[in-house]
Design a protein around this ligand. Sequence first.
Ligand SMILES: *Cc1c(COP(=O)(O)O)cnc(C)c1O
Length: 409
Amino acid sequence: MKINKSSDHTSLNKNKMNYNVNEKGYYGAFGGAYIPEMLYPNVEELRLNYLKVMKEESFQEEFKDLLKEYVGRPTPLYFAKRFSSKYNAKIYLKREDLCHTGAHKINNTIGQILMAKRLKKTRIIAETGAGQHGVATATVCALMGLECIVYMGEIDIERQAPNVARMKMLGATVVPALSGSKTLKDATNEAIRDWINNPIDTHYIIGSVVGPHPYPDMVARFQSVISQEIKVQLQEKEGRTNPDYVVACVGGGSNAAGAYYEYLDSPDVGIIAVEAAGKGIYSGESAATSVLGKTGIIHGSKTLLMQTQDGQITEPYSISAGLDYPGVGPMHAHLYQSGRGEFLSITDDDAMKAGLELSQLEGIIPAIETSHALAIFKTRKFNPEDIVVVNLSGRGDKDLNTYIDYFKL
Ligand SMILES: *Cc1c(COP(=O)(O)O)cnc(C)c1O
């Protein structure tokens, strides 16, 4: 139906749900900026400027040029013939694994480094868990010749030695977080402390659609290039811009947000989000936030969060380091709560099998994060004529040791 401007807000809200952020930084009940007073000037500077900067023609030109010449976009939308015939649906893979550095994360770090330059920042900080976002950040800092400090939990530094070496080789300083559980959330605390102490010259590059407003919206916009390309590519291949379903794995939710972005307000496109069930949703070792989470505050934003009765954040678990996060971004919390998104979860075992299967059916070794999204076809059935786009968020090279151990290769 057509909604004219004079229609009152209740009917407008009833007929057209909005899945994007509002002016106050909320997605439904989720989002906002729950930050210490001392961080307010930094976040406010970004909030006041990010949309203005992104709209500048020179910004758009530089962003698009780097995505093309440096990242290698557009990434192909590949029709997976053998995988499709196995699961009896028309399955397309959006090949983010072919991006420079091997995953979608670079779309965001390119966007944010250009933002930082426009805001006259000379020093970049980031937090990283598995090291993938740290590598994507160190990469763009090298590209732009900016100082780069990456905070990483001491335990993660031990577990993720190859990515630590990559960051160092790219010229970044990797600072161990020694407090708490010495993992991602402690690294995040260190990065926030650094930002409070360096409000003028430093930009904090957050790696997913998490954190205080405007980060979730800014990161989603940078990643939205994924669904912009899908629209054009599907039009060429199928004569229509919209698939029946778009599927993505969700850690914090950035590759998913990018794949859904252009389709959020198109009810003909089903949105499927895949979380990590670890050893089973109720095993106590999982990262299935939508099922297990309750509203809480993490990383400066109100969202669904795995927590104990008294509000302590629960340690998440997944075989995949990129999905091992106790929350989801506020956009996804809203997609879940509003029913717009269909949320599924996949165990370690089923993900690993799906990764092996795609390798042998299509000659593509996916990241274990992505393998979760591929595993849904075993149980979630589609019609043979359904067009299903799966966002292939990253390549499996980084996960080879995990695949080797699991399959005794
Ligand atoms: C980091 C990562 C993810 C999870 O992060 P999102 O913000 O949820 O996209 C998924 N896939 C790959 C390959 C990753 O590197």
